[in-house]
Design a protein around this ligand. Structure first.
Ligand code: TSX
Ligand code: MN
Length: 586
């Protein structure tokens, strides 16, 4: 096998003292055994959907915990002003104490996994050690796990991901269906040594260390070193009626409908969208000077509430079978339910459910039936509009990069950057309004540069510089756009843009802009569409389109002033050009 892996396994066995060790091979029999075990421990409830299960977490373990997430670089300035930092030695000592004996009475699973197509030169093998069988069955859907990953690894080094739910099972004690340790939850990244250590949570990005911890935080550090990009972006292929195809990568903060855009159903005849990925893109420059993207993930880990035949019929088809649901509600006939599931299908709200907390729920209940951060985990293979080049070893060539945010005022429906530098500025200036889906005040504007605020593994100012440095002679730079589907009428408060499948009209404009088949209005804020190029058979009035495509100079001035203030927090690490681009036309 791999001597480094053997040594690490021995080290972790001595530290965590598990009852058994199981090296995950990735076989079907193994998955079935794990599922039977999860049913026996009441972690899984089988559903009346083929190959699908419901898990309910501990109510104190329902989301990523940013305040307990740390970047442990040797120098604090390498973590930058947007990350929590601890000195690596100090954090390691703290974690070794926590991990001491933490797997007593449990099985320790060793999960070798590959991020990216097994045949890809850009794919990376890592290993997660975990005491959670729930994590193992989710990882099986989200990455290539087991034998194939080990074979690809060979004798090489690998990123070490150590995870424990942090609740040892004492002799004779009865286990709970969702062991965890919320009081002591800690997620630590060691970029210089290529390690993640996560203690106390079994949920999502806290526990599936391949996703946010490795494929974004650590990978962003590796990408900076080696001249590529690890980004929080969906990847789609767009085909026009002539059969020409272009790929786009797009970054949005949470609650902007990223998965919905990744699976868009076109309403424009002859136009088609296909899905490569909905969350993460690893992008490298090809020998032809173009930027190529792979999706390092093998599955979707999507938010369930709001997903419906109206908002995302492709997702609804994707999750018909072989899906793990976490923290959704259970219907009396053994099916799943969540807030918004029936929109567009006329499904009535049920009179009785079992809520995500496992208790009876009726329409009179004051709490939601599904948790707002409830999830589905499903293999990407189940997606009916999977792009044929989804697993292309060298990735797909990116023609356009889309940034976006949820803003009810100020930011127009779509703009194109006039240069790579202005495009990087678009990414750095990303903001979004908070929604009821996250805790805290609703409607507050938050900065989330490149949608990477919680996921950049190093100093965000250095990250901006890394993006600027991508522009080099001989490279064919993708066009960069900024979209806002969420403008509201200042008088009525109604959304001005229909969104969803109608966003295809905006994608068409971007597609045609890339080879300048359509014109634009030049402005200091970027290229803006002419009304006629977005309009469709009187769907919106000319006045509405005007509101969507114009810039209110006074509001923009306020926006720019606030942005200049925000940029100050990056200090010396902020590239000068970004500060000067924050004041256009001055
Ligand atoms: O996902 C969304 N998208 C992108 C779709 C590809 N949502 C949902 C956001 C929460 C996850 C949207 N919501 C979008 C959108 O484009 N737009 C809106 C706002 C909106 C909501 C309801 C309507 C219109 C716009 N309804 C009617 O016009 C009838
Ligand atoms: Mn994400």
């Amino acid at each position: 096998m791999n001597a480094e892996l053997d040594a690490w396994i021995s080290e972790i066995v001595a530290l965590c003292q598990p009852q058994n060790v199981h090296i995950v091979d990735g076989s079907e029999e193994e998955a079935n055994t794990l599922i039977q075990k999860l049913i026996a421990s009441k972690t899984f409830t089988p559903l009346q959907r083929p190959g699908s299960y419901l898990a309910r977490s501990n109510p104190d373990d329902v989301a990523r915990v940013e305040e307990r997430t740390f970047i442990c670089s040797e120098r604090q300035e390498d973590a930058g002003p947007t990350n929590n930092w601890r000195a690596p030695k100090e954090m390691r000592n703290h974690l070794i104490e926590l991990f001491q004996g933490c797997m007593q009475g449990r099985t320790m699973y060793v999960v070798p996994y590959c991020m990216g197509p097994l045949t890809s030169p850009w794919a990376k093998v890592a290993v997660e050690i975990t005491d959670s069988p729930y994590v193992v069955v989710n990882m099986r859907l989200m990455a290539h796990v087991g034998k194939a990953a080990l074979e690809k690894l060979g004798a090489s080094s690998f990123v070490r991901c150590l995870h424990s739910v942090g609740q040892p099972l004492r002799a004779g004690a009865k286990d709970v269906s969702w062991p965890c340790n919320p009081q002591q939850t800690t997620i630590a990244h060691f970029p210089e040594t290529g390690e993640v250590m996560s203690f106390g949570s079994g949920y999502g990005g806290n526990a599936l260390l391949n996703k946010k911890c490795f494929a974004l935080r650590l990978a962003s550090c590796m990408a900076r070193q080696d001249g590529w990009l690890a980004e929080h972006m969906l990847i789609i292929g767009v085909t026009n009626p002539e059969g020409e195809k272009k790929y786009f990568a797009a970054a949005f903060p949470s609650a902007c409908g990223k998965t919905n855009l990744a699976m868009l159903t076109s309403k424009l005849s002859g136009w088609k969208v296909e899905c490569v990925g909905d969350d993460i893109a690893w992008m490298h420059w090809g020998e032809d000077g173009r930027l190529y993207a792979i999706n390092p993930e093998a599955g979707f880990f999507g938010v369930a509430p709001g997903t419906s035949m109206a908002s995302n019929p492709v997702a609804m088809k994707t999750i018909e079978r072989n899906t793990i649901f976490t923290n959704v509600a259970l219907t009396d006939d053994g099916n799943v339910w969540w807030e918004g599931i029936g929109v567009g299908k006329g499904i009535e709200e049920p009179q009785h459910l079992i809520s995500w907390k496992g208790v009876d729920w009726t329409p009179a209940s004051s709490e939601k039936a599904a948790h707002p951060n409830s999830r589905f985990t499903v293999s990407i293979s189940e997606c009916p509009i999977l792009d044929p080049s989804c697993r292309a070893p060298h990735g797909v060539p990116i023609s356009g990069i889309i940034f976006g945010g949820r803003r009810s005022t100020t930011i127009p429906l779509v703009r194109q950057a006039k240069s790579w530098q202005q495009g990087v500025f678009f990414g750095a200036s990303m903001t979004s309004e908070t929604t009821a889906a996250a805790k805290g005040e609703v409607g507050k504007v938050r900065h989330d540069p490149f949608a990477m605020l919680p996921f950049c593994g190093y100093n965000m100012g250095d990250y901006f510089a890394h993006w600027l440095a991508q522009e080099k002679p001989g490279r064919h730079m993708p066009a960069i756009f900024y979209v806002n589907w969420f403008l509201k009428d200042s008088e009525t408060g109604a959304f001005l843009w229909p969104g969803y499948s109608e966003n295809m009209r905006v994608l068409r404009w971007m597609f045609d802009r890339i080879d300048t088949r359509v014109g634009a209005e030049d402005s200091p804020f970027g290229y803006l569409p002419c009304v006629k190029d977005i309009a469709r058979d009187g769907k919106e009035s000319e006045a509405t389109l005007h509101k969507l495509l114009s810039i209110d100079k006074a509001a923009w001035h306020k926006e720019a002033t606030e942005l200049q203030e925000y940029f100050k927090r990056f200090g010396n690490a902020l590239p000068d050009i970004l500060q000067s681009l924050a004041s256009p036309g001055q």
